[in-house]
Design a protein around this ligand. Structure first.
Ligand SMILES: [Zn+2]
Length: 729
C-alpha cells in the first residue's frame, strides 16, 4: 500500500517537465568532467573555461546574477602550475629505482620548488604535542633530511585533532629543518592535496607517495608498512631508513591569476521570506593537470555536484516558485582549501545573516545509488522531522549528525553560524583525487537519488518557516519581522557605500554593532540615497514595506546603548525620519547609568524602540521606564538564582524575558519560568557553544516536556513569545 503510494508519487513527479532530471545532471557533470575543461583548476585556463560555461548556463536558464550585475565573484588566491617532478631512490636492494609521477608520487598543490638529495627519515604522524604526551620525532635530527609523514593520528590514548593536520605537521617539519616532506595516505598518492597559503614555502618540495615507494623505503628497517603503522599507533617510532632519495620538483607561481565563484539567484515569491536565502553550493574546481600533462578530471569530485546543482537550478526556475530566495553558487578554490566558500562567507555578495540554510553537494555521482546527508540536525526540529519522514520514503537514505568540522564548502558557513548540510552519494568513492575519477564511472542512479532528495528538501525548506538551529536564532527571528539594516556588516561598508544588489533590501542585524551615531546616520543616509538612485523602492524595499503596510516600522537598527546615551533627541528624530523607527539596543555597559535625557527617551519611544536590558542594579528602573518595550536578557541560571521577589516583579512586569539556556534546565530553573511560559519568557540558545546547542536544546525540550510543559508552551518558550511580543503575527 505504502509502496504503491510512493510509486505514484514518484511517477507523478517524473511526469512534471520541471522536476529534477538525473539524466540532465549527469550530462552536465560528464561535460564538465571531460578533458575539454582540463581538470578545472582554479586560475588555470580550464578552470576559467568552466566558470564561463556555468555563467552561460545561468543566463540560459534564467538565473539572476548574484553579484550586482555579474555572475562572478573574484576570489584572490595563490595559483601555481606544476612544471616538472621526479623522485628516485639510489640505494634500494634493486639498485636505483625511479618512481612514476602520478602512480607512485604526486606533487602537492602549492608545493615549493627544489632539488633535494638526502637520507629519508620516517617520523610517524609528524605530531609534536608534548603536553599531550606525544612526540613523533623523539629527538631525531631531521635537518637536511627528507622526511616521511603518515597522514592521520595514533588511534589509541591520544586526542590530537588539531595536531594531525597537514599544516601543523608542516610547521614542525620546517622548524626542524627538513629539506622536503613526503606524505603517505594510502595505496596510491592523492593528487592535488593543497598546502595553505600561510604554509607555502617557495623552496620546500612537498609530495605524496603511495605504498610502493614507502615499501621500498622500509626495506631492511625491520618494519613493513603494516607493522610500522601498528607500532606508531602505540608509541612514536622515528626511523632512519638509510635510503638516499633524489627529489626534484619545479612549480611556478602564476601571478595575477585568481578563481571566480559563479553565483546565480532565483528570487523567492513571498514578500518577506524572499529576504531569507537558501544557498545551494558545489565546487566547480578540481586539481587540473600534472607536470606530464595528465588531466585529473574530477568527474565525481566535483563535476557531479556542479552538474547536479545546475539541474536543480533549472528545476527551481521552471517549477512552482519558492517563497524563499535560492542562491546557487559554484565555488572556486575548494581544492586549494575551501578558498572560494571562505571568501564568500567573509565577503558575501548577499546578506550573509539572512541565510536560512546552506546545502552543499560534493561527490554525488558515484556509489551504490543511495544518498547520504550530514548535519541535518543543524536545522533543529525541522531537520529531525524531515529525517524521520525520510525513513518512510522509498529511496534509500542515511543521515548523519554534524561532526563539528567539515571538509567541503559547507564548513565555512557552519563556522559562521549558517546551518550548512552536506549531500553525497552513498557507497564508495574509490577514485578520490585519482586519475581514474572520470566520466564513465559516474552513474545516473546516484544523481537520481541525491537529486530527488535534494529537490524535495529544497522545496520544503524553501516554503516552510522554521527557525534554523544556527547561532543567533532569536535575533534572526526578530529580523524576520522586519527589514533589517546591518550597519556594521557588509551591506553598508566602512565608508558608507551600499554594496547590495538592487533587489535586496534585507540585511543581518548584528547584535554587537559598534557604530557611532554619526556614522549610523551617514550610512543610513547613503542607504536611502542608494535606494533612491536605484529605484530600489520599486522593488525589494517596496514589496517588503507593503508586506508590513508601513516601511517605517519595518526597519530594525542595531545600536549599542552607549552609542545612544549622550545623543540628542534630534539624532533619534533624524533616524526616525529616515524610516528607522524600531531601534534595537544592545545591552548597555553595566557601569553606565541609564544616562539618557527625557527628550531622547521620548524620541526613542515614539520611534518604537525596544531596549535590551541586562540584569544589573539598573534593571528595575529600566524595566519600569521601558514598559512593554523592555527585553530583559540574562541566562536562565542567573534568572533562577535571583531573589524570588525580584524575580516575581520581573515576571509580572510587561518586559519580555529573553533567557539564554546554557545547560539543560534543572528543577529550580524550570519552576522559575513556569509562571511565565505563556507570554513573558523566551528561551534563547543563540549564545551557547555550537556543539552544545543541539544536544542542549533537545535535552532541555525533553526536560521541559517531562515537567509538564505542552508543545504549545514550548513553542512560546522557544520562539513564539517574540512573535507575540512584536505583535506582527
Ligand atoms: Zn570535492
Amino acid at each position: 500500500m505504502r509502496r504503491t503510494f510512493h510509486l505514484l508519487l514518484i511517477l507523478s513527479l517524473c511526469s512534471l517537465a520541471h522536476a529534477f532530471d538525473a539524466a540532465r545532471a549527469l550530462e552536465i557533470a560528464k561535460k564538465l568532467g571531460s578533458d575539454e575543461f582540463e581538470g578545472r583548476r582554479s586560475g588555470h585556463p580550464g578552470g576559467m573555461k568552466a566558470e564561463q560555461y556555468i555563467e552561460n548556463y545561468c543566463k540560459e536558464i534564467g538565473l539572476a546574477p548574484g553579484n550586482k550585475e555579474s555572475y562572478f565573484q573574484d576570489v584572490p588566491m595563490l595559483v601555481h602550475k606544476e612544471v616538472s617532478a621526479s623522485l628516485s631512490i639510489a640505494n634500494s636492494e634493486l639498485g636505483k629505482i625511479a618512481f612514476h609521477h602520478g602512480l607512485d608520487f604526486t606533487v602537492c598543490t602549492h608545493s615549493g620548488s627544489g632539488y633535494v638529495q638526502g637520507e629519508v627519515v620516517l617520523v610517524g604522524h609528524g605530531i609534536v604535542a608534548p603536553e599531550k604526551g606525544r612526540d613523533d620525532y623523539q629527538g631525531m635530527d631531521v635537518k637536511g633530511k627528507v622526511i616521511v609523514i603518515l597522514r592521520g593520528q595514533p588511534t589509541s590514548n591520544y586526542s590530537l585533532e588539531a595536531e594531525d593536520t597537514r599544516g601543523a605537521a608542516l610547521k614542525i617539519a620546517k622548524e626542524r629543518g627538513a629539506s622536503a616532506v613526503m606524505w603517505h595516505s594510502g595505496a596510491f598518492p592523492v593528487n592535488g592535496a593543497a598546502i595553505a597559503e600561510e604554509h607555502y614555502h617557495a623552496e620546500l618540495p612537498l609530495i605524496y607517495i603511495g605504498d610502493r615507494a614507502l615499501q621500498v623505503l622500509l626495506e631492511n628497517t625491520g618494519k613493513s608498512l603494516k607493522t610500522y603503522k601498528t607500532a606508531i599507533d602505540l608509541a612514536p617510532m622515528p626511523i632512519r631508513t638509510g635510503k638516499q632519495v633524489s627529489l626534484a620538483v619545479r612549480t611556478k607561481e602564476l601571478k595575477n591569476r585568481h578563481g571566480r565563484n559563479v553565483i546565480g539567484i532565483v528570487y523567492g515569491s513571498d514578500p518577506v521570506m524572499r529576504n531569507e536565502l537558501i544557498v545551494v553550493g558545489a565546487h566547480l574546481d578540481h586539481v587540473g593537470e600534472n607536470a606530464n600533462g595528465v588531466i585529473y578530471n574530477g568527474a565525481d569530485d566535483d563535476a557531479s555536484g556542479s552538474g547536479l546543482i545546475a539541474e536543480l537550478a533549472r528545476s527551481v526556475v521552471e517549477g512552482e516558485p519558492l517563497k524563499r530566495t535560492v542562491v546557487f553558487i559554484w565555488f572556486t578554490g575548494e581544492e586549494d582549501g575551501l578558498i572560494g566558500s571562505t571568501h564568500f562567507v567573509g565577503n558575501a555578495t548577499l546578506p550573509f545573516g539572512n541565510i536560512a540554510a546552506m546545502m552543499n553537494f560534493d561527490m554525488v555521482g558515484q556509489g551504490d545509488g543511495g544518498c547520504d546527508i550530514s548535519n541535518l540536525d543543524l536545522f533543529g526540529d525541522f531537520g529531525w522531522d524531515y529525517a524521520d519522514s525520510l525513513h518512510h520514503a522509498a529511496s534509500p537514505i542515511e543521515t548523519y549528525a554534524s561532526s563539528g568540522d567539515g571538509s567541503s564548502d559547507y564548513a565555512p558557513f557552519v563556522e559562521q553560524g549558517a546551518p550548512g548540510i552536506a549531500f553525497w552519494s552513498s557507497g564508495s568513492h574509490p577514485f578520490y583525487h585519482q586519475l581514474t575519477d572520470d566520466g564513465p564511472w559516474l552513474n545516473e542512479e546516484s544523481f537520481a537519488s541525491v537529486g530527488k532528495q535534494a529537490e524535495a528538501l529544497l522545496r520544503h525548506v524553501g516554503n516552510t518557516q522554521f527557525v534554523p538551529a544556527a547561532r543567533s536564532d532569536s535575533l534572526r527571528l526578530i529580523s524576520r519581522q522586519s527589514i533589517t539594516v546591518d550597519v556594521d556588516g557588509f551591506f553598508v561598508d566602512a565608508v558608507g557605500t551600499v554594496k547590495a544588489s538592487r533587489d535586496l533590501t534585507c540585511a543581518w542585524l548584528p547584535h554587537d554593532a559598534k557604530t557611532p551615531m554619526i556614522d549610523l546616520i551617514n550610512r543610513c543616509a547613503s542607504l536611502h540615497e542608494y535606494c533612491d538612485a536605484h529605484q530600489v523602492a520599486s522593488k525589494g524595499l517596496k514589496s517588503a514595506a507593503e508586506a508590513h503596510g508601513n516601511l517605517k516600522r519595518g526597519v530594525f537598527l542595531a545600536i549599542p546603548e552607549r552609542g545612544l546615551t549622550g545623543r540628542s533627541a534630534r539624532d533619534v528624530a533624524t533616524l526616525t525620519k529616515m524610516g528607522l523607527s524600531v531601534v534595537h539596543l544592545t545591552p548597555g555597559d553595566q557601569a553606565v547609568k541609564l544616562g539618557m535625557s527625557d527628550q531622547v527617551f521620548d524620541a526613542l519611544e515614539s520611534a518604537g524602540a525596544f531596549a535590551m536590558i541586562p540584569l544589573d542594579y539598573n534593571t528595575a528602573p529600566r524595566v519600569q521606564s521601558w514598559g512593554s518595550r523592555a527585553i530583559v536578557t540574562a541566562s536562565l541560571k542567573q534568572f533562577a538564582e535571583l531573589d524570588s521577589s525580584f524575580r516575581a516583579s520581573l515576571m509580572s512586569s510587561q518586559a519580555l524575558l529573553m533567557l539564554d539556556v546554557l545547560s539543560t534546565p534543572d528543577s529550580a530553573q524550570i519552576e522559575a519560568i513556569r509562571p511565565g511560559r505563556q507570554r513573558l519568557v523566551h528561551l534563547n540558545f543563540g549564545e551557547s557553544y555550537e556543539d552544545l546547542r543541539e544536544t542542549e536544546q533537545k535535552a532541555s525540550m525533553t526536560t521541559l516536556m517531562q515537567a509538564g510543559f505542552s508543545r504549545d508552551d514550548l513553542f512560546c518558550l522557544f520562539n513564539g513569545n517574540l512573535r507575540r511580543y512584536l505583535g506582527r503575527e
